[in-house]
Design a protein around this ligand. Structure first.
Ligand code: UN1
Length: 507
């Protein structure tokens, strides 16, 4: 593969590193097979408990130095990482596409998202502002400042194998933290490639070795990070089931968890919608990344007066979709990540039919030429009732559920009537209903859009959601505050010791 060499991916790779140095690894051997063609890309040796310890110890000592670097100087290192990512955008985007299975355009888009967060973090490195307050006591000054936490653990998912790590690590670094990354064991080569790219930058800048730890592995590594009191913050992206386990373990030790979990995102299509925008937004939202984004559009809540016309247009649009090798830019939809995901998709189709769902675009697994990996499935559409069990769940596959509404209040209630709360949209040109959707009595999600689909958020906003989505916020706005500890400082420069609240105390 032409894109492996510039990323320094060998046939056998260590999945353990301290940022500059790849350490010998002693855990299981992970074979990374591409869902695109089923071929073995390369192997990665995972971390065992001793390897994990070595990375933690190195991270602890690196933190002692890294936290003393001025934040803008740390930002300068992140600026150079952004430059290195620009230089590697093509091979890294291709690797993302080949190892994970998303379309090449989306692979490039993911690397672009990394570059964008680098730029954002560079600016932020000069803006880690605290407030200053007026003290109630004379000749006293009161202010707050933000300090780094220490080791930030990052558990990332297969579906955004590089971008979500960078949202966390770039912010964590400019804040003065060191990071330890457990990538998905389904996409370990993307992680090795990122380590290889940044290690050059770190070396050039004399960054202490240990600032960017990598501990590849499965569930056990996640459990070590969750239980480890040396890891004050653990940021985890993945299923709600995983998040509940991580949240419970981190909570039991009173650590901080930043959780970005499942979504069950809906678009409300009003009778006042621009139907062309509504269709395009819905189709990209539902089939982009083969339905494997946490922001994927899973439900369309359609006004009864436009329901039939939307249905006809959707069926026509789905007929135009070409499914196949995602590295071929003529294809819209690539494979699911693996055969387990295909089984999950099939089970969801069965469950939907059993509950009375009617498929207007049939699903199915593709076989034959070009589909040898067994991971390609047909994007499909079912008419359902909002309360169906299967409609309440997140299935990581391109299955779109249609349902009808009559009043905007009813549409919002359906939209909110699921356990998850990540992303949501309304398609409407009507100002009143748009504002109602965005109001406190509107969408209960972390992201609420108007005339835009549910996926494809920009890095500048805080990203995350409510309810079973976990409540964390990553990426833009003031999400950086989650990676720091706040300290309130009061300084007395008077010759007295007045007490707050006017308390008198004489000895
Ligand atoms: C995810 O699926 O975990 O908003 C992240 C989006 C992307 C990020 C998705 N920017 O769809």
């Amino acid at each position: 593969m032409d894109f492996l060499a510039p990323l320094k991916i060998a046939e056998k790779n260590s999945g353990v590193s301290t940022g500059i140095t790849a350490l010998p690894a002693h855990g299981e051997l992970i074979q990374s097979h591409s869902p695109v063609d089923g071929k073995l890309i390369a192997t990665v040796q995972a971390a065992d408990k001793n390897d994990y310890e070595a990375v933690i110890v190195k991270a602890q000592s690196a933190f002692l130095e890294w936290r003393t670097w001025p934040a803008p100087k740390r930002g300068e290192v992140v600026r150079q990482i952004g430059e290195a990512l620009r230089a590697h955008k093509e091979p890294l985007g291709k690797l993302v596409s080949y190892e994970m299975g998303k379309s090449l355009q989306e692979g490039y888009g993911e690397v672009q998202e990394m570059i964008d967060i680098c730029d954002f973090a560079v600016g932020l490195s000069r803006q880690l502002y605290g407030l200053s307050m007026h003290s109630e006591r004379p000749a006293h000054r009161m202010y707050e400042q933000w300090h780094p936490l220490g080791i930030v653990g990052i558990i990332s998912a297969f579906n955004f194998p590089v971008a979500v790590w960078s949202w966390n690590s770039m912010l964590a670094w400019i804040c003065g933290n060191v990071c330890i990354w457990k990538p998905s064991e389904k996409t370990p080569l993307c992680a090795v490639a990122c380590q290889n790219i940044i290690s050059e930058v770190f070396k050039r800048n004399n960054v202490p070795d240990g600032v960017s730890g990598l501990v590849t592995g499965g569930r056990a590594v996640g459990e070590w990070l969750s239980a480890d009191t040396r890891v004050p913050l653990l940021s985890a992206t993945g299923s709600t089931r995983m998040g509940k386990a991580v949240g419970a373990t981190v909570g039991a030790r009173l650590g901080r968890a930043l959780l970005e979990l499942g979504g069950n995102n809906a678009i409300i299509i009003s009778e006042h919608a621009d139907l062309d925008i509504a269709i395009r937004g819905s189709v990209f939202g539902a089939v982009g990344t083969a339905g494997q984004r946490c922001t994927t559009t899973r439900r369309l809540i359609i006004h009864s007066t436009v329901y039939d016309s939307i249905k006809t247009k959707l069926v026509a649009a789905y007929q135009q979709l070409s499914i196949g090798n995602p590295l071929d830019e003529n294809n819209h939809v690539g494979p699911l990540i693996d055969k387990d995901a295909v089984v999950g998709y099939q089970k969801a189709l069965e469950a939907c039919k059993k509950e009375g769902g009617r498929f207007i675009v049939e699903g199915g697994v593709l076989d034959g030429d070009g589909f040898e990996s067994g991971c390609y499935v047909k994007p499909c559409i079912a008419e359902v009732e909002p309360h169906f069990n299967i409609v309440q769940q997140e299935t990581f596959a391109p299955i779109l559920y249609l349902m009808k509404y009559n009043t905007i209040d009813e549409a919002i209630a359906i939209q909110n009537g699921v356990p998850q709360g990540l992303s949501s949209s309304i398609m409407t040109l009507n100002l009143r209903e748009a504002e109602q959707f965005l109001s406190a009595s509107g969408s209960d999600c972390g992201i609420a859009n108007v005339n835009i689909g549910t996926s494809g958020a920009e890095i500048g906003g805080a990203f995350g959601g409510e309810k079973e989505t976990g409540g964390g916020r990553e990426s833009g706005s003031d999400a950086w505050k989650a990676y720091m500890r706040r300290q309130t400082n009061t300084i007395n420069y008077s010759t007295q010791l007045p007490l707050a609240q006017g308390i008198k105390f004489h000895v």
